[in-house]
Design a protein around this ligand. Structure first.
Ligand SMILES: Nc1nc2c(ncn2[C@@H]2O[C@H](COP(=O)(O)OP(=O)(O)OP(=O)(O)O)[C@@H](O)[C@H]2O)c(=O)[nH]1
Ligand SMILES: [Mg+2]
Length: 216
């Protein structure tokens, strides 16, 4: 049943080198955006990082770029309040989305973000892939289902990325991978490969760099 979804294989040498080169180049924070009108010009491919508050979106961007404090990460859920744009030279944008599922967020704020997120996913021509981050300790939750459903209705390719793999045992990790595969079966539009990462230990980072560098 969940045969369709597999773990992303190691990228080949050429793809790895492309990823390495892209991420070894200049990385800059471009701007924080609160409305579609504030998006930078759509002049290069971009990928975005979506996921529950505290899942590790900002940490993953920091790990990918090898800059510890580029994207602000913290223990306070809901820290990233804007759509934050980072530029890899003039090749790619990395987009850090505000976390969802933050229980204490005011209803009005949540509604505002959902609306912006919908507009962004539907209307950003250069958005090539949305990475949906899932905490390896928790697997796919109800709030994640909401975003997966939203993505099903958009034309954007989306891919599940497990985070914080260092926080669980190998056995727990395998169990969650099966749970994620089972959840994704209901979302056939999802990219069939899952990436397992640890921003702390570096797992999956080369793979993600290669994916981002080789997409067209
Ligand atoms: N052990 C471990 N901790 C991690 C990892 N990734 C993130 N964390 C921790 O998890 C917490 C949240 O990480 P963030 O990167 O701020 O999460 P976020 O998804 O950007 O959160 P919001 O901006 O609030 O939506 C921080 O304390 C990080 O240090 C990881 O791979 N391993
Ligand atoms: Mg963040």
């Amino acid at each position: 049943m969940s045969l369709k979804f597999t773990l992303t294989p190691e990228p080949d040498l050429e793809a790895r080198e492309k990823g390495r080169l892209l991420f070894a180049g200049p990385v800059t924070f471009v701007k924080g955006v609160v409305a579609m009108s504030g998006l930078p010009p759509a002049d290069r491919l971009e990928v975005c990082f979506a996921g529950r508050s505290n899942v590790g979106k900002s940490s993953l961007i920091n790990a990918l770029t090898g800059r510890k404090t580029l994207a602000r990460s913290s223990n306070t859920p809901g820290r990233t309040q804007e759509i934050n744009y980072f530029a890899l030279g003039d090749e790619r944008y990395l987009v850090d989305l505000p976390g969802y599922g933050y229980a204490e967020a005011p209803v009005a704020i949540v509604a505002k973000w959902q609306a912006l997120l919908k507009q962004y996913l539907a209307g950003r021509q250069t958005l090539r892939r949305a990475f949906v981050l899932i905490d390896t300790r928790h697997g796919v939750k109800a709030v994640d289902e909401e975003i997966l459903t939203l993505l099903d209705r958009s034309a954007v390719t989306y891919q599940a990325v497990l985070t914080k793999a260092d926080k669980v045992s190998r056995a727990e990790r395998d169990e969650i991978i099966e749970q994620v595969k089972g959840a994704l079966v209901k979302h056939p539009a999802a990219y069939p490969e899952i990436v397992v990462t640890s921003s702390e230990k570096g797992d999956g980072i080369e793979t993600l760099r290669a994916i981002i560098a080789t997409m067209e």
